[in-house]
Design a protein around this ligand. Sequence first.
Ligand SMILES: [Fe+2]
Ligand SMILES: [Fe+2]
Length: 256
Amino acid sequence: MLHQINEHIWFLEADYRSDRPALGYIRGERMAFAVDAGASRAHVELFYKELQMRGLPLPAFTGISHYHWDHSYGAAFVHGVTLASDRCADQLRREAEWHWTPEEMANRLKAGQDILFGYHSKLAEYPDPSVIRVTAPDIALEGSAEFDLGGVSVQVIDCGGPHSDDHLIFFIPEERFLFLGDASGKELFTLKWDYDPRHPEQLQDILAGLPFNQAKLRPFVDRLEKLDFDHCLFAHADRIWSREELLGDLRSHLIS
Ligand SMILES: [Fe+2]
Ligand SMILES: [Fe+2]
């Protein structure tokens, strides 16, 4: 379901069943900007159907927060221009070469190119994984950028952080709102952890018990503290968080 947050911002809610993230949408007078390309063609189509039902224009730009499949594998199906960080673009170019047979998927899991959670989530999203189509973004950003949509703008900030080194976040200064993607999360590819694929609803509790990469968390928190936002959305959360909630939570994980 699509939710309106304020005059300029909406989001399609996340869906834990196949780890679909929330998709953001910022509408200006001249054009609209989407946050994240989503997990698949079906995910993009659901998003656009909801936009069209409300008479909202399709996005001219879609910013991909980071390379993880749930945020990027819908890129081939989005309207307009896609952009991501240069590291994200490099990784998606590599993944575009991958084959989606059961054997190749199992091999990547064994080789550490995928994790158990990603493996099962993709199977939940794609009943037939052979239809997966990975594509690199149209624009590979070096550093940050700003988009003036007409009366509202999006600052695309290259921030890295504790979840993945290629991460972008999206700040809307006029609304003092921040789309975080997964940037404030744990580094799931380098941690040892397990979960029961029959119970994806338990995932967020399991992740809450994992440690942060401290060397990456501290500069990330310092960076967020300098940003003038009041509210934010983490891509796999079920509600908007306040600045105080987010920074308080992240600070509580800092080990001095
Ligand atoms: Fe992620
Ligand atoms: Fe994610």
